[in-house]
Design a protein around this ligand. Structure first.
Ligand SMILES: Cc1ncc(COP(=O)(O)O)c(C=O)c1O
Length: 563
């Protein structure tokens, strides 16, 4: 029976491109909660549990996506400490986190296992090193081996760039060749409880997945014979999605139906779908900046290009583009291009741009996978804002557009301080005194605050009402820093269950955005949200996010301690 084909997401049914463009401007990523949930629900039919769907953070590390997935109970496949921290920050719990990358930080492997997460390994040297660090197999997590199968089924349809995506190919760098297992397992004393395979990306062939699940089911015998009882099987990701109506991929439903028949009762099955989970749940809103004509061909130049959609150049996959009249643009002799000084920055060739003019909004769909995560800043183009189309159909902005200030305030940037001869000059301290703020000198005694009410709403979430008295008629940044700093300490200690402050806590990073002058009306109300406990070397950290109720003051603070 031929599998049901995947269809393209119906964005125009749910959003009005013109209205969104008028309200929020472009460029903007738009995440559909409903589409994400429907993809996840389909996959859940196979795994039986959302917590065994490990979303690969590399696919799209946006917090908007990660927080939605955390809310829906999904787990995360992470390739670095930063990806793990992002997953934790979004609210994904340790037991649903997996650490898997070709070269691993052994201390991190150990930490993940201690915290109850999964570690997927395929480097025997690394496994030996980990083994030498862990005493009495004393950890809560689960250790998986990544396998490379000797037969590669591959794709149903030929594509020029398949070798760039064939992670599971028998000649790839990933996985332990299954024919070496008998030998390799002899040296491993850590209990291996899980097997992992990732057949490749943008797979259009269900046979590849059928071969993978059957092979791993059978390989469990080899492990049993070598003293390891396998209970967990992770089939990686790989199911492809169509980028336009000419591409054909099996639907998620047919993938789940086919694979469910091959499950064995004694195993828990996991998946790590990137494209299939977020690919069609994110679209990119752009708008035409100009329409140029050159030798009879029209070029509509838009405000985002292959800086965000690198894959269009790399793999030659053009996305579907929906016009302001809600339908896909028609074929023709024109092109749509991005704004970059790069000849490869063409988003769509052979398209008709008649009727498009300056400020016309366009929607680039199926843009969720390996776009934002592969984005670059070529030509000083900065990341678009993020909008969430929530389950109720409301659109909310979750992240502002990256600003040039984000780059400029990098504290590690070495400003060019080349001295010009004869230019150094001491400034008279009287002059310094005349320039300085009397208020800042005196404010420690004069600016006072007292907590009026502190409410722990839900775990990790606090609201503060603080009465303030200051000699100026607004809440100054130094004053706000003192209040927020102390409130952060109070909430962190409270959250960790302490009754007294008995050890030092210090702030290691502070960002604060005072969008408006905050009036000093005697009260300062704000909320604080805490991340889970994170590890940064020997230190423990908690990320504290804060904002006033009307959002005119917000920021984040990382607090560290060694308790
Ligand atoms: C280990 C692993 N799992 C899952 C994925 C997700 O692949 P896809 O987006 O094709 O589903 C990748 C992608 O490279 C991967 O390396």
């Amino acid at each position: 029976m031929t599998p049901e084909k995947a269809s393209l997401a119906d964005w125009p049914k749910h959003i009005d491109i013109k209205q969104i463009h008028a309200q929020f401007g472009s460029p903007a990523w738009i995440v559909s909660e409903q589409q994400l949930k429907s993809n996840l629900d389909e996959l859940k039919r196979f795994t039986g549990d959302a917590g065994r769907i490990f979303y690969p953070v590399k696919t799209n590390p946006s917090l908007t996506v990660l927080q939605l997935l955390a809310k829906l109970g999904a787990g995360a496949d992470c390739a670095s400490q930063l990806e793990i921290n992002l997953a934790l920050l979004a609210g994904i719990e340790w037991q649903h986190i997996s650490y898997n990358t070709p070269v691993q930080d052994i201390r991190l492997c150990e930490f993940v296992l201690m915290m109850g997460g999964c570690v997927v390994m395929d480097d025997i040297n690394a496994i030996m090193e980990l083994q030498s660090r862990i005493e009495n197999n004393n950890y809560k997590g689960q250790l998986f081996l990544r396998i490379n199968l000797p037969e590669y089924i591959g794709y149903a349809n030929e594509n020029d760039n398949q070798e760039l995506m064939a992670h599971g190919h028998k000649s790839s760098k990933f996985g332990i060749p299954s024919e070496d297992l008998n030998h390799v397992l002899k040296g491993i004393s850590l209990p291996i409880v899980g097997l992992h395979v990732h057949v490749g990306t943008q797979m259009d062939n269900l046979k590849s997945f059928e071969h993978a699940i059957v092979s791993l089911n059978n390989l469990t015998e080899v492990f049993r014979a070598n003293g390891h009882t396998i209970s967990e099987i992770n089939l990686g990701g790989g199911l492809g999605i169509p980028f336009d109506s000419n591409q054909h991929f099996p639907s998620l439903k047919s993938w789940c139906n086919t694979m469910s028949k091959l499950k064995k009762e004694e195993f828990n099955y996991y998946v790590e779908p990137g494209h299939a989970l977020v690919g069609n749940a994110v679209a990119l809103l752009t708008s035409v900046q100009t329409v140029k004509e050159s030798r009879g061909k029209k070029w509509a130049i838009v405000d985002v290009g292959t800086d965000q959609l690198t894959k269009v150049t790399l793999l030659k996959w053009p996305h579907r583009i929906i016009g302001p009249n809600k339908s896909e643009l028609e074929p023709g002799n024109d092109a749509i291009a991005g704004p970059l000084c790069f000849a490869g920055d063409t988003l769509k060739e052979n398209i008709n741009v008649d009727g498009l003019m300056k400020n016309c909004p366009l929607l680039i769909t199926e843009a969720g996978a390996y776009t934002f995560s592969l984005a670059n800043k070529f030509n000083g183009r900065l990341a678009p804002k993020w909008l969430l189309l929530n389950a109720q159909g409301d659109l909310v902005q979750t992240m502002d557009r990256e600003s040039v200030y984000d780059e400029l305030h990098h504290s590690k940037y070495e400003w060019n301080l080349q001295e010009k001869k004869g230019n150094t000059q001491a400034i008279d301290l009287k002059e310094v005194e005349a320039l300085s703020s009397k208020y800042l000198f005196s404010s420690c005694e004069s600016d006072r605050f007292e907590y009026e009410e502190v409410i722990c709403k839900i775990k990790n979430h606090y609201t503060f009402t603080v009465s303030i008295s200051s000699v100026v008629d607004f809440v100054s940044m130094p004053f706000a820093t003192r209040i927020i700093g102390d409130a952060a300490i109070v909430s962190v200690l409270h959250n960790l269950g302490f009754k007294h402050k008995t050890f030092p806590i210090w702030g290691r990073k502070l960002t604060m955005d005072c969008a408006d002058k905050i009036k000093n009306n005697g009260k300062f109300d704000f909320t604080i949200a805490l991340s889970e406990l994170l590890n940064k070397g020997a230190q423990k950290c908690i990320v504290v996010r804060f904002k006033t109720l009307c959002n005119n003051f917000s920021g984040s603070l990382i607090v560290s301690f060694e308790a």
